[in-house]
Design a protein around this ligand. Sequence first.
Ligand SMILES: CC(C)(COP(=O)(O)OP(=O)(O)OC[C@H]1O[C@@H](n2cnc3c(N)ncnc32)[C@H](O)[C@@H]1OP(=O)(O)O)[C@@H](O)C(=O)NCCC(=O)NCCSC(=O)C[C@@H](O)CCCCCCCCCCCCC(=O)O
Ligand code: NAD
Length: 720
Amino acid sequence: MAQYTRVSGSVGLITLQNPPVNALSAAVRQGIVDTVKRALGDPKVKSVVICGQNGIFCGGADIKEFGTNMSGPPLVPMIHAIEAANKPVVAAIEGSALGGGLELALGCHYRIAHSKARLGLPEVSLGLLPAAGGTQRLPRLIGVPAALDLITTGRHVTAAEALQLGVVDRVAEHSTVDAAVKFALSVAAKSLDARRISTYPCPRPSDFDALFEGAMQKVRQSARGAIAPVACVQAVRAAATRPYLQGMEREKELMATLFTSGQARALQYCFFAQRAVSKWNMPNGARWDTSKPRPVHKAAVIGLGTMGRGIAVALAQTGMSVVAVETQEKQLMEAKQAVSGMLERGAKRRGLTPAALHKISYSHDIQAVADVDLVIEAVFEDMALKKKVFQQLSAVCKPGTFLCTNTSALDVDHLASQTRNPELVVGMHFFAPAHVMKLLEVVYGPQSSPQAVATAMQLGKKMGKVSVAVGNCRGFVGNRMLKPYIEQAFFLLEEGATPELVDRALEEFGFPMGVFRMSDLSGLDVGWRVRKGDGLVESGSASGQPTRLREGRRYSPLGDLLCEQGRFGQKTGRGWYQYDKPGSRVARSDPWFHSFLEEYRARHGLVARRIDHQEVLERCLYVLINEGFRILEDGIAAGPEDIDIIYVFGYGWPRHRGGPMFYAGMVGLATVLERLEHYRQAHPDVPYLQPCSLLRRLVASGSPPVHRWREVIKKLHSQL
Ligand SMILES: CC(C)(COP(=O)(O)OP(=O)(O)OC[C@H]1O[C@@H](n2cnc3c(N)ncnc32)[C@H](O)[C@@H]1OP(=O)(O)O)[C@@H](O)C(=O)NCCC(=O)NCCSC(=O)C[C@@H](O)CCCCCCCCCCCCC(=O)O
Ligand SMILES: NC(=O)c1ccc[n+]([C@@H]2O[C@H](COP(=O)([O-])OP(=O)(O)OC[C@H]3O[C@@H](n4cnc5c(N)ncnc54)[C@H](O)[C@@H]3O)[C@@H](O)[C@H]2O)c1
């Protein structure tokens, strides 16, 4: 709703009221229509101010209404009526003015923003475009290039940038509403002829065609198949080429296509899923809202390799003191330089001085962590070493210090058992590079205290991460699902595919990198070491041909054979592809690998067949999804949203496809089940292809939508 009062004698003050973000629900829209009418009809009122309650102007259209039978007055005529008003209307923007919220402000005759406010048109990240006149008014107000940037990226701008761009007229340091009321009084008698943005001509840049071609090329490249950014460019082009009303028609037409698209559903699902995962709960009943985190003022990182350096940067950037411990002298020296470089570059990007540099102290000695509140261990992925480190930490640290491990897959409970207080131990699984990647898996074991989980989750948030609480198992959620996915990719090579074909299929699907390019980037030796540890690697050189079965299961030794040749990927200049030199990033097809693959097939009596993109996608993705269902069945992830957010933020799953579990729902659970059964029949020695019983159960119960899976899972768990 919207509240109406008259202030300072002649200003009608309209306050949007719909906590927490004053989204433009049907009731709010009706409230605005009614109060604007009242203000315009009141002869005592000479000007109007629109603001939002609780320090936030408006978070835009009510996303929860999308997909429902939307009633209430539509936004476009409502905003048009404000713009057409014969009394000045001033938007007083505090907190956020986003999407429809900014479009409402653009319909006002003046805009005053608080210095801490953020403004933007983020519809593109929801699979939409600003369809309440945003694509037509913004280019008229700030020019085509700036409008294209804001609308196609959806980025939020500060009040200072908004002022510089011309989106707002003034910035207030103190009460924005008071400033707006004062301003409204001062402009009460002024003509509004030059204040109606829809009447402005859209500036036509001289390099018009090149500008739009460039914009289109840019969004097509970065959108990875997402349709909304393309529609945004088309809508802005309409603003620049058509009269306002025709432009509005085009905006509406483009929005109609986006609004009902699967991509919009997927992206809006991601929006809510991202928020849902912060409301974590554990199987023992501990929950986010009843578990109090402990403040962390000082933290330590043990091991300053690839991960430890990024973690130290992420911690220091929160402003806390960090102790960084590394045993190898050379590593320590290199790490100091690398960490300083990362902090300096980060600060420069944000226009700040690198204050965090002085927050880090370095040491060779684990005793240096005696007084910290929380430790994150990031030494080699070696259980014996990690056990030793946890024993030392337990002896050295002050009572109550949380001990966290960044292990990728090892047993967190086992590490906890090495300490005096296992309840203080959790996994904090970062992704490389740790100061950049948004995902953090917080891994709890049966003994982890709710406070330890709450503290790790809160610390993740402070570091700007999307944190997801998951149970303990080998590989947790993300890496556990990755294993069968990579395995299928290896099998596809054996059967006739090439790395190029598999990667192309996955990249066309929307992954930034296919499985083989990704494996070259992260290093083939990583998986090799794990497989060796698991006793899976047979030396190819000894027997001449390692077998393709392990304990009755199909196994591909292809990755092991490459590692035996010293082909570890980008770092050695050779892997599944070849690179100009070690460390170079441009993957080129490698004739050596192709003849090696042919020889390998011949040695094993494998006859290559034609494999198409559909088979690549079905086998790689459905087997990953199937493992996701097992994870849900095992209670390792609380719900499909947790898995989807892990894949979107940690593994490059295209956001416009909503994450693997959402995608399964879109494809149809019955289809996923049928295809898994089909491939399982063709490959009976691949247990990962065996459809999970939860998937069968969901199909048997009519394939409910993803938001109802938790009920089925709960029922399943209660029967176990
Ligand atoms: C605003 C924020 C920056 C605040 O962040 P903060 O961290 O403080 O809080 P949270 O993010 O945790 O949010 C708190 C709480 O609020 C919920 N929420 C936030 N925003 C919205 C919203 N816009 N609607 C509903 N709910 C919202 C959030 O989910 C949290 O609750 P939860 O229970 O989940 O914890 C931040 O929240 C933020 O960034 N919000 C989103 C901002 C945004 O993206 N806005 C754009 C919205 S889309 C829009 O505005 C579209 C407009 O252009 C209008 C278009 C007109 C539409 C007309 C439809 C025409 C259809 C035509 C097709 C016809 C087809 C046919 O033929 O049938
Ligand atoms: N690299 C990745 O992409 C990635 C991603 C997520 C998690 N992880 C996990 O993070 C951990 C670290 O991986 P990494 O890639 O950074 O390894 P790394 O080999 O780059 O670095 C490990 C560092 O630990 C140091 N170290 C060894 N023993 C130590 C000790 N007792 N005290 C202090 N320092 C010690 C080593 O000298 C080395 O500098 C592993 O558990 C790994 O599985 C790695």
